[in-house]
Design a protein. Structure first.
Length: 389
């Protein structure tokens, strides 16, 4: 299962996590603009990839719902839990930024509720866990929908989730309570996740993006950038709410178009750029980069007396030191820790071969030069798909 051109999606992961690091390490005043776009891109990617692989599993002749669900949750646990809980263990051991009091919430993937209920980003060193919690909450429920509901109803469900998420945003102007909850509770991000799922649904039945999306996404992107960069926050509360709503909604179509293009495979100069080895390598370790980067920032700030560059404030010194430290730690984590655990996922396929299929496969091997049911031909290079999911 999987698209052989998905290599370019690693480039998107690299771009998304670079946006987040730029926002947290370099942007003046800690501007959340690029970080917001990076996280939204991650959400669209997650919705697309998870939904696509489950739809492909459901389409297989040997599909069994229980086996597919079990494999999905085990594979997610192998990929996500070990580095995540290693970070929590490190934070607990050193009580980094006085974080121990909130660790139970983070361990239960309720970080977004922790920060929303308190309307405060304390402890800041784990504030990025809110988005990881959103994704985990999505992973708990979404596979049940993809694998259990009638196939013909799945696309309307995706559209319904997007509309409900957009409608959720109109609740806040009515209550006039500008709190963190408006951005951190699950409905605030379900539009991006369901947009990726809708894209996977279209792809599964061979449909392209609707023409209005293919032709109109540059206009959506331009409108978003114009509002963000050139329209100051108005003093009128209702106009401010309207500006906020537009900044939330406008990026969805461009992000869907970008993911669709890269999943199909960009050609020409852009395609070559999206397949540069350093960019792809960075994309492969993007989960670790996202997970570790505030931890490394905290340690860098504490080490300021021994660092010749200014890491105590946003700027080039912080970006250079904290980014380099994050990439080194994430690379070591990937090679020593994450990749070996990822290889265990081959024992948990989404669709288990039946006895007849295994027998037929063994017979196929036996017909190859040097092959037998017990000793297959040595030179087969079968594609490895979904290796990092």
């Amino acid at each position: 299962m999987g698209n052989t051109r998905d290599v370019q999606l690693d480039a998107l992961r690299a771009i998304a996590v670079t946006m987040v690091m730029y926002s947290h390490f370099f942007a003046a005043g800690g501007s959340s603009f690029w970080g917001h776009i990076g996280v939204r891109l991650f959400f669209v990617l997650s919705g697309f990839l998870i939904t696509r692989v489950l739809l492909e599993a459901r389409a297989a002749a040997e599909f069994e719902t229980g086996a597919a669900l079990r494999s999905f949750y085990i594979r997610r646990a192998l990929r996500i839990f070990p580095p995540y809980f290693a970070v929590l263990g490190f934070v607990w051991l050193f009580d980094l930024e006085q974080s121990r009091g909130s660790l139970v919430w983070h361990a239960l993937y309720l970080s977004n509720f922790w920060y929303a209920l308190r309307n405060d980003w304390t402890p800041w060193v784990l504030c990025h866990f809110w988005s990881l919690s959103i994704e985990e909450q999505f992973y708990v429920a979404w596979p049940l929908i993809v694998l259990l509901v009638p196939r013909r109803r799945f696309e309307p469900i995706c559209i319904g989730v997007i509309l409900l998420s957009l409608a959720y945003r109109f609740y806040w102007p009515v209550t006039a309570t500008p709190a963190l909850a408006r951005d951190l509770l699950p409905p605030a991000s379900m539009d991006a996740l369901a947009s990726g799922a809708l894209l996977a649904c279209w792809r599964s039945r061979g449909a392209a993006l609707p023409q209005w999306m293919r032709l109109g996404w540059p206009a959506f992107a331009a409108a978003f950038l114009m509002i963000e960069w050139f329209v100051p926050a108005p003093s009128d509360p209702m106009l401010e709410w309207a500006r906020w709503l537009l900044l939330q909604v406008l990026p969805l179509v461009p992000l869907m178009a970008i993911v669709a293009a890269c999943s199909s495979g960009l050609r020409g100069p852009l395609g070559k750029l999206a397949e540069l080895p350093p960019l792809l390598a960075f994309g492969r370790i993007s989960y670790g980069v996202y997970l570790y980067h505030p931890i490394l920032l905290s340690l860098a700030v504490k080490s300021q007396p021994w660092i010749p560059l200014n890491v105590s404030e946003q700027g080039p010194g912080r970006f250079l030191v904290a980014s380099a430290a994050t990439i080194v730690v994430a690379s070591i984590s990937w090679v020593v820790f994450e990749r070996p655990l990822n290889r265990l996922k081959r024992h948990f396929p989404y669709v288990a071969r039946t006895h007849a299929a295994r027998a037929g496969h063994a017979g196929w091997f036996a017909r190859l030069p040097g092959g037998s049911p017990d000793r297959p031909a040595p030179s087969l290079d079968l594609p490895r798909t979904d290796a990092r999911r």
